[in-house]
Design a binder for this molecule. Structure first.
Ligand code: ACO
Length: 433
């Protein structure tokens, strides 16, 4: 990353100010380093939603939203999805390089050995109502891990940060499966070290003590792909939340719980659940046109869930891969004629041809298809975001680790454009009209 020419600002009164370095990354837009702006000009920038603001330097994930490119540590997501499993991708995100065979074996073993949770956590679950949303339970129990692992909370100690990373990647699936089992009143299924990360999760989710769980490799591969596609995604809302929480020195379990809370929103990770709810509401292919019109009507407050993305203004690569997996899974399960799947395909067809969506570059996003895949696998709608959260945990951790080791890291503290009352005096209550 090199420094280039400096930029300055010109203001409406004709004055100019500032001497801001223009920074270049490896690829992607240049960034104007405006950190000295307030001191130099007495002015701040205004950028709600961070539309044009780079909040950090990062070498983990790169997105070119116009071209539909997603790279993890430089590798295209298409190649990773075709050639690697999820834990290989986790290794890559955490350490920057793909593992060789020995490194992979060591890493997989380490993660798999950390999948059990402290037995006291079982009691913690019992404090929740049985009808709680699994995401509410996941936020609470992941946050609670910081009460169980005091031994690894020294942020200045790299081995503490590493052990916390392993614990979070390994235990979040266990907690997500427990959240599900708890809400349906089935006993918790303990992890099995003889299975892969993803097969183990499926067993903890669907297995029961009364019978042996049969692993279906096509479905395991599909879920593993969902994990890979959701593993990291640059400085999105939940990742920025994790970084912001972590910038104060909060422990990683608390930071990841904050990320999970942010992910829950329907504009972010909650979109695949909201998308399936929307498909259920539409109910029949004959009503697709009506809902397309509703999505185009600004007064309706309705948006087509699973369409559009802040960064991608093209068909996103994750959606293309997930569409492929969707067809594979439905084929494997003999569900090609599934009512909601047919409805989703019709919605996709019409939206891709409609001027409103074409002009605004609104394409189906990964969540449009991942919800259909998960539903076909028997995963209930309210678990979709938990699955996103467990897959994203590695990305959050990698980004958190990167932030902690960044010498430029500061507590996140945005400025504001104040629009409230200027200073005024309190009138005694007896004199107020
Ligand atoms: N349905 C209908 N219209 C839409 C949709 C949609 N899903 N998404 C955007 N638009 C319209 C907006 O109304 C706006 O129209 P206008 O220019 O006439 O005012 C235009 O497209 C641009 O929309 P913005 O809200 O400015 O785009 P932004 O980048 O802020 O929002 C977002 C992106 C939040 C993802 C949005 O597209 C959305 O709400 N989509 C539905 C929810 C969803 O699927 N989220 C998943 C995101 S992917 C993820 O988290 C993994």
């Amino acid at each position: 990353m090199g420094k280039q020419k400096n930029a300055s600002l010109s203001f409406p009164d004709g004055s100019t100010g500032g001497n801001f370095p223009v920074l270049s990354g490896t690829v992607g837009p240049q960034a104007v380093d405006i950190r000295s702006m307030l001191a130099e000009t007495g002015k701040v920038t205004y950028d709600p939603g961070f539309l044009s603001t780079a909040s950090c330097r990062s070498s983990i994930t790169y997105i070119d939203g116009d071209k539909g490119v997603l790279l993890y540590r430089g590798y295209p997501i298409e190649q990773l999805a075709a050639q690697c499993d999820y834990l290989e991708v986790c290794y890559l995100l955490l350490f920057g390089e793909l593992p060789n065979k020995e490194q992979k074996l060591e890493f997989d073993t380490k993660v798999i050995r950390h999948t059990m949770v402290h037995d006291q956590i079982n009691n913690f679950f019992r404090g929740f109502r049985r009808d709680a949303h699994p995401m509410a339970v996941l936020v609470g129990t992941v946050g609670a891990l910081s009460a169980f692992y005091h031994d690894s909370l020294d942020l200045d100690n790299p081995s503490h940060r590493d052990i916390s990373a392993y614990r979070l990647i390994a235990k979040t699936p266990t907690l997500a499966a427990m959240a599900y089992k708890y809400t349906i009143g089935q006993p918790f299924v303990y992890p099995s070290n003889s299975l892969s990360y993803t097969a183990n999760f499926m067993r903890m989710l669907f297995g029961v003590p009364a019978e042996e769980y049969q692993v279906n490799e096509v479905l395991v591969r599909a879920l593993d792909r969902i994990f890979i596609l959701h593993a990291d995604h640059e400085q999105n809302a939940s990742t920025s939340t994790v970084r912001l929480a972590g910038s104060s020195g909060a422990n990683p379990f608390a930071c990841i719980a904050a990320g999970i809370a942010c992910l829950w929103g329907p504009a972010h990770g909650g979109a695949n659940e909201a998308c399936l709810d929307m498909l259920e509401e539409i109910g029949d292919v004959s009503r697709v046109g009506e809902y397309i019109e509703k999505a185009k009507d600004k007064d309706s407050g309705f948006r087509l869930m699973g369409f559009g993305h802040r960064v991608y203004k093209n068909y996103e690569p994750r959606a293309i891969l997930m569409r492929e997996t969707c067809h594979e899974v439905l084929g494997e399960l003999g569900l090609e004629n599934d009512r909601l799947f047919k409805l989703a395909m019709e919605l996709e067809r019409i939206a891709l041809e409609d001027d409103y969506f074409v002009e605004r570059k609104l394409y189906p996003n990964v969540d449009f298809y991942s919800g259909i895949v998960q539903r076909a696998m028997g995963i209930p709608n309210n678990m979709f975001t938990c699955i996103f959260a467990l897959a994203r945990t590695v990305g959050w951790i990698a980004q958190w680790q990167e932030m902690i080791s960044d010498p430029e890291q500061k507590i996140g503290r945005p400025r504001q454009l104040y629009t409230g009352q200027a200073k005024r005096d309190v009138v005694p209550i007896s004199q107020r009209g």
